[in-house]
Design a protein around this ligand. Sequence first.
Ligand SMILES: Cc1ncc(COP(=O)(O)O)c(C=O)c1O
Length: 395
Amino acid sequence: MFEQFEATAPDPILKLIDLYRDDPRSGKIDVGIGVFRDANGDTPVMQAVRIAEEKLHRRQTTKTYVGLAGDEIFNDCIADLVFSHSPQRERVRAVQTPGGCGALRLLSEMLYRIADDKTIWLSDPTWGNHLPIFRQTGFGIRFYPYLDRQSKTVDVDALISKLKTLGKNDIVVFHGCCHNPSGAELQPGDWDEIAALCAKNGFLPYVDLAYQGFADSLDQDAYGVRALASAADSMVVASSCSKNFALYRDRVGCAMVLGKTHEISDITRGHVLSAARSSYSMPPDHGGALVALILSDPNLREVWEEELTGMRERMLFLRKTLRDILRRKTRSDRWDFIAKHRGMFSLLVLDEAQVEALRTDHAVYAVAGGRVNIAGLKDEAQVEQFADALVSVTS
Ligand SMILES: Cc1ncc(COP(=O)(O)O)c(C=O)c1O
């Protein structure tokens, strides 16, 4: 039977990892893969996670099933982290999922059951994996304008004009913060405007929150979610603990739904759970248990928040250093947008030949289009080397 298959296209990012690994040059730079790296180029286990793992090891007496929704303490903690004290918090229902991708997929399946118009709106550009996740559920995909490729900022006017045309049958996916791949952020005033449109026209906001704490602060990064929650009739949020807890391989995420009433939220959660039951059934427990321990213990939480702040500050430092070096080298403000972007990524808007030249001539590995992971730059010397390569391929 399998003879019928045609080979699948290789994942471009995984291909890039192989090329990087096989490159013998000593000064090679990986700004391709999307994981946070420290100044040694490592992605370490966070201290708070280590302490929680020791606690868990001592406390855990069984590995029996937890349940379809996973760890309810985890679910409460994440809903609090995302919605805080907003009045809508009480109507939020959460389900632990295998990573942010698991949350995206479950919410997509739940929405597909009731969506009138089986299409979903994504930002242009968006994270590559959004497309297969929503397509596999059955949704058709349409794009709303997001990035102004000239200024590398959000084209707010174009975005708002498009949203004005959307209504009750439309589902719109927003990146809560740290837009992937562009790094260009919506400002609080923009979120307020979007929320007002949502209240007026009734589209359903679907927020992908994969980087809470990586942009400005845990609270500021949830501004958009909270603004939309105050305006929307119904809303969903997919959050991920892969980055902010550095629990990538443990697969921890959370699918959240917010309905008009408690009862509607409960029923909607039931549909998320039934989508889980028909695929992986129950989420892996370990990572969720760690996050629950960290967020519910004030001392551990403090350790975690401090580490998270350190990660965020490193990214901001690298952004500013890169901007300053590029200003000096080009005697222009052409690259200033890099310091205004947030999170790990910036889309430099490079063509295929430029990305190729970065790799072959300078041993710099970036994703197609010129998405670079700022956290992939170890130190100031490497920032300088990267800046040289960038100036060389763009001048
Ligand atoms: C925009 C976005 N959404 C969701 C995710 C989910 O990641 P994970 O499934 O590893 O938690 C990522 C990870 O790279 C992402 O960049």
